[in-house]
Design a protein around this ligand. Structure first.
Ligand code: RUQ
Ligand code: CUA
Length: 680
């Protein structure tokens, strides 16, 4: 199938190969499309001299040269103004990317072992992965062996006053209902929590405006009594429940404290994306749902296929939760369920904590605008973005302006009473991000486009409000998008990144499994313009947040002897000269130093069956003076960043001479940086 890029953009080849490009209308699109891919190459750049010659030789159009100038970072310069923290999807990790250069700066290991970071491969930080599979967290997880992967979806940067503060980032594991916490002082994972009563989660992750809580909710509802699995689907409405979880954050270290956390029990709809209220809506949270039909499939036994059953209704339910009230009620009227305080559904209703509002067909994103007044909801099967207002929601709650109660007794507010505006944006609207001027940018999965629309007062009045103002084709099938700091109270705008699920023909063929495509979009001009494509060759990113680079104050070196697990001096750390080996019965314990270009000691003797404990300290204070420590055949590879202290423990069960070595090319004598483990 040969489709030119131009044909894909203009829609001339719509439908070919099943790719949906439809709905491209009006001059708006045509012109962005033209801009989007540039004209014929080789025209004068206007820069003259060598620049013109290079542009000509590389067949670059003047627009391409402008794009290059807008994104180029000269060698050695640190010109990236923003960082993206992107989920790494089913790689289980977080990706850190510079903007506007779109260079991958780091992969942060979260749910999957990452040998080059010494994560999950023999160091004492293995405890994080082990504790992340809590065998008592949910009944269904009893006696599982540690999970070694996750499906990261939604990162949530910590906030102070509704702005990112650069302290911590949280991310969920879609597959297993878990959440991870990363300290942005050293960009390392400190905690994985297997959240009680959650077997899954999707986009229900965010922090409250002062990082009081990180929220995570169920996606597919949880079977409350796992021993009833055989008949669970027949009794779906009583057997399953959703949970909106408020995980308390310890302000000293960012860790989650389950004892201070609580959950609000929800009907067994499929709760999906969620967002925190802020400013005008501070104290409230909003969660979309789909499958309010509570379809359970059965396509081999005469039932409706799950996806058909789950998209039958014209409306699903936006969940509106008063968390400040829930926090108080949790103290007195909750029950303990698998170690978590849970506010029962009927209590949530009687206490005025939980309300529903109808939302159009199979909603996906719900995103709160910077002033906290508006929330934009994309219904995947509705071509509009529906914009709710917190003022109207509060008024409808006060007036008990209910359309009905749902099957579980939860009040459903009248749609017309809570909607402020609707904008027809195109096919497959999903997620909205904002700029500071009152624009929303919404991704259109089926149209493969980004639509820019206006909000209402105080940003836009009268005819100018709730209007589509621009539309940009992207490549292809966009899921999330992010504007810089676009989900905070003070968006920076400037750039937008489209997280495209398909890349099709955008990159050289690298086999049958293709990269995803991040596209950088310039928001500063009259119309949106694509600046660059970035292939993501590691998992499928879902949500991403973009933070001003100067908000991150990361360490370059640890104070010598620091354990990343505690961010304090390790009790077994040594300084230069403190090396020693002790033998106690069948235990060999070593306190060793690591520096350019030696391990001290460089010989370790053990007997078969001995327990070997190695405490290693990198005594270097120079940035980037990292050493690795690998023991062949023992599945050990740790990273010793400058100043870092690590403990390695194993049983010497294989006999022989094992040449341990440094896995970082650290010095001219790096190859000589090795030693012998002799097991006799
Ligand atoms: S969700 S593509 Cu996995 Cu955040 Cu909408
Ligand atoms: Cu240390 Cu190579």
């Amino acid at each position: 199938m040969a489709i030119s890029r131009r044909e894909l953009i203009t829609g001339a080849a719509a439908g070919a190969g099943g790719l949906v490009i439809g709905g491209v209308t009006g001059g708006l699109i045509g012109s962005s499309g033209e801009d989007g891919d540039g004209g014929g190459g080789g025209a004068s750049t206007g820069l003259g001299g060598q620049a013109d010659a290079v542009a000509k030789e590389r067949n670059l159009a003047p627009e391409d040269v402008t794009r290059a100038l807008k994104t180029f970072v000269p060698p050695g310069e640190q010109a990236d103004e923003f960082f993206l923290f992107a989920s790494g999807g089913h790689s289980g990790q977080i990706l850190v990317i510079g903007v506007p250069s779109m260079r991958l700066l780091k992969v942060i290991a979260v749910f999957s072992p990452e040998p080059w970071q010494g994560y999950g491969v023999g160091a004492d930080n293995d405890v994080i992965l082990r504790e992340g599979t809590n065998s008592s967290a949910t009944p269904t997880s009893a006696a599982r062996s540690p999970l070694t992967w996750g499906d990261t979806h939604h990162p949530a940067l910590s906030e102070t006053g509704g702005e990112y503060d650069g302290r911590w980032i949280y991310i969920n594991d879609r597959a297993n209902g878990r959440i991870g916490m990363v300290d942005l002082r050293d960009f390392k994972t400190k905690q994985l929590v297997d959240v009680p009563n959650l077997d899954s989660s999707h986009g229900g992750v965010f922090v409250t405006p002062n990082s009081e809580y990180v929220h995570i909710s169920t996606m597919t509802p949880t079977l409350v009594d796992p021993t009833k699995a055989a008949t669970a689907l027949e009794n779906f409405k009583t057997a399953f429940r959703g949970y909106s979880s408020f995980l308390a954050i310890d302000q000293a270290n960012g860790k989650i404290d389950l004892a201070k956390s609580f959950q609000v029990e929800l009907p067994p709809y499929t709760q999906d994306l969620a967002d925190s209220g802020k400013l005008a809506s501070d104290g409230w949270v909003f969660i979309n749902s789909y499958n309010s039909e509570m379809a359970t499939g059965g396509n081999m036994t005469g039932g409706k296929p799950l996806e058909v059953g789950a998209s039958a209704n014209d409306f699903d339910y936006l969940h509106i939760i008063n968390w400040k009230k829930a926090e108080q009620v949790a103290a007195s009227k909750s029950r303990m369920q698998n170690g978590m305080r849970v506010i029962p559904l009927d209590v949530a209703v009687s206490e005025g904590i939980l309300y529903l509002a109808p939302e159009p067909k199979s909603p996906h994103g719900v995103d709160v605008a910077p002033n906290g007044v508006y929330l934009s909801v994309g219904g995947k099967l509705d071509p509009h973005v529906t914009i709710y207002s917190i003022d109207k929601i509060k008024a409808a709650i006060d007036a008990k302006d209910y359309e009905k109660m749902d099957e579980f007794g939860v009040p459903v507010l009248k749609l017309d009473s809570v909607v402020a505006g609707r904008v027809e944006v195109g096919l497959g609207p999903l997620h909205t991000q904002y700029d500071a001027e009152g624009h929303g940018y919404i991704s259109l999965f089926l149209d493969s486009a980004v639509a820019k629309f206006t909000l209402g007062e105080p940003y836009f009045k009268g005819d100018e409000a709730f209007k589509l103002v621009d539309k940009l084709p992207v490549h292809y099938n966009i899921g999330h998008l992010v504007t810089m700091e676009g989900d905070t109270v003070k968006p920076a705008g400037k750039y937008l990144v489209a997280l495209n699920k398909w890349s099709i023909d955008r990159f050289p063929v690298v086999g049958t499994l293709k990269p995803q495509n991040f596209q950088l979009v310039d928001l500063t001009g009259e119309t949106m313009q694509i600046l660059s494509d970035m292939p993501i060759g590691i998992g499928e990113p879902h949500y991403t947040q973009g933070i001003r680079a100067d908000r991150i104050k990361a360490w370059e070196v640890y104070p010598v002897g620091t354990s990343p697990l505690t961010m304090a001096r390790d009790s077994h750390a040594i300084d230069k000269g403190g090396e020693k080996v002790e033998r106690n019965g069948t235990t060999v314990e070593v306190w060793g130093s690591v520096t350019r270009s030696q391990f001290k000691p460089d010989q370790i003797q053990a007997k078969k069956g001995d327990k070997v404990i190695l405490h290693l300290t990198n005594i270097e204070t120079t940035p980037d003076a990292t050493h690795g420590f690998s023991i062949p055949r023992y599945n050990v590879n740790v990273s010793l960043d400058p100043g870092e202290a690590v403990t390695i423990e194993f049983t010497a069960d294989a006999v022989g001479a094992f040449a341990y070595y440094c896995t970082e090319f650290c010095s001219a004598l790096h190859l000589e940086m090795q030693g012998w483990l002799l097991v006799s």
